[in-house]
Design a protein around this ligand. Structure first.
Ligand SMILES: Cc1cc2nc3c(=O)[nH]c(=O)nc-3n(C[C@H](O)[C@H](O)[C@H](O)COP(=O)(O)OP(=O)(O)OC[C@H]3O[C@@H](n4cnc5c(N)ncnc54)[C@H](O)[C@@H]3O)c2cc1C
Length: 395
């Protein structure tokens, strides 16, 4: 179910395993995706998919100073390439791997679990029956069951692709986070922090996005929009043309689904968004082949397994104990970060990006094995200034 990056990723791997797959999605799989997906180039290279990048920046920086002369305006260089996927290349490369798969453009209404199989009823009244169903309808899935752990922190952002009176970032530059707060007044400084995520697209076109890492309740669009405008005008920059606006809102710490339910999930509905960074596409590529392999093997078993048994076997692979533990650590980290004011957050990130590159990038991609992740988190704790340490332990 679904036709976003998660659905196409898992469907393509299932087809590669020789399974008979039917896909149901409210929109055609050829409809261009609305979001633009970014990723660190090395993460994509490790998956052998660097050619899917539409843009790539080597001049990648962040600003964690106070924005005041002289030290507070210096950028931290990440010295690490970042890229944006070429949307249609990414989508088409996955669709090509889905050859033979049947698509139904329908909206799923209800799912019922029969003795052996799963029955999917669409709004049209059409019913489809399958050995197992995978929910890849995104984080708003009404079908996947998960514990209620209270309000969910959301990443919110408001961005503009456009032309400006002067460049908001240097030529060929990518800014991961500009946390400089010198455009904010006393009241705004006490509100939940946000940062600028920005890049040069060439031909005098730039993308600037005011982003709140995670917040409960989410920072409203009008606050992010106001902050973006005041950040730009504080630097003497006017917006000359808006080519595209982006409104972003998605959960960062959605609780993990129950792993004993008969409906399997993948992507946003399976809580696969990295709770500390908000990224997911790399994880989709890494985790889809293993899940598809497990499903292909389980489906061949004799006597045939029912939907519940199949799903339980697959859930155990998708969210194996190691990944569950890592997820908990990231969620803990995010909760601590959300309690930081803007100054503490800037100090935290200064320490974070002093970690060896392999460590901070592995942390952000969720590719560090659990023992290493613990070591990295401990190292960060010892490297951080005392007030950040106290914040990390909630004092
Ligand atoms: C604005 C934005 C920017 C993001 N940027 C990045 C990024 O740079 N890098 C990154 O790694 N991650 C990013 N993310 C996080 C994450 O990768 C995305 O949310 C991603 O789109 C989730 O993929 P998905 O396939 O799980 O769900 P979606 O992309 O939401 O796709 C859901 C699909 O299910 C279909 N559907 C929904 N309901 C039904 C139904 N009832 N019946 C049938 N079909 C249904 C929809 O039509 C759609 O095709 C971003 C998220 C947002 C919102």
């Amino acid at each position: 179910m679904g036709a976003g990056p998660a659905a196409l990723c898992i469907a393509s791997e299932l087809v590669q395993q020789g399974l008979k797959v039917n896909a149901i999605s409210s929109n055609s799989p050829e409809t261009p995706w609305a979001n633009t997906y970014g990723i660190w180039a090395e993460e994509l290279a490790s998956l052998g998919k660097e050619s899917l990048l539409g843009y790539r920046w080597s001049n990648t920086v962040s600003y964690f100073g106070n924005g005041l002369e002289p030290k507070g305006i210096l950028p931290v260089s990440h010295d690490f390439d970042y890229g944006l996927f070429d949307q249609s290349l990414l989508q088409n490369s996955l669709l090509e791997k889905c050859q033979g798969l049947k698509w139904q453009v329908e909206t799923v209404d209800k799912i019922a679990f029969k003795k052996r199989e799963t029955e999917v009823t669409c709004i049209s009244g059409n019913i489809y029956i399958a050995r197992i169903v995978i929910d890849a309808v995104g984080h708003k899935s009404p079908f996947i069951l998960r514990p209620d752990k209270g309000p969910v922190a959301q990443q919110a952002a408001y961005g503009i692709v456009g032309r400006f009176s002067s460049p908001p970032v240097d030529k060929n530059q990518f800014v991961l986070m500009d946390f400089r707060p010198d455009h904010l007044n006393e009241v705004e400084l006490r509100e939940p922090p946000s940062f600028l995520y920005a890049m040069d697209f060439g031909q005098d076109i730039f993308f600037v996005e005011e982003t709140s890492l995670a917040c409960t309740p989410p920072l409203p669009k009008k606050i992010l929009e106001k902050r973006l405008y005041s950040r730009l005008s504080h630097r003497g920059i006017e917006i000359e043309e808006i080519i595209h606006e982006e409104n972003c809102l998605f959960p960062m710490n959605l609780p993990l689904p129950y792993l004993d339910q008969p409906l399997l999930a993948f992507g946003g509905s399976a809580s696969m968004v990295h709770p500390a960074s908000g990224y997911m596409v790399g994880a989709l590529f890494r985790r889809a082949p293993t899940l598809a392999k497990e499903l292909a093997e389980s489906i061949e078993m004799k006597p045939p397994l029912d939907s519940l048994t199949l799903a339980k076997r697959c859930w155990k692979v998708l969210w194996n104990p190691e990944l569950v533990q890592r997820h908990r650590l990231y969620q803990f980290g995010l909760e601590r970060l959300m309690s930081f004011d803007e100054e503490l957050l800037r100090e935290f990130f200064i320490a974070f990006f002093k970690l060896p590159k392999k460590e901070w990038s592995g942390f952000l991609a969720n590719t560090l094995p659990l023992p290493k992740l613990i070591v990295v988190m401990l190292r960060l704790f010892y490297m951080a200034p005392m007030k950040v340490r106290l914040g990390m332990i909630g004092l």
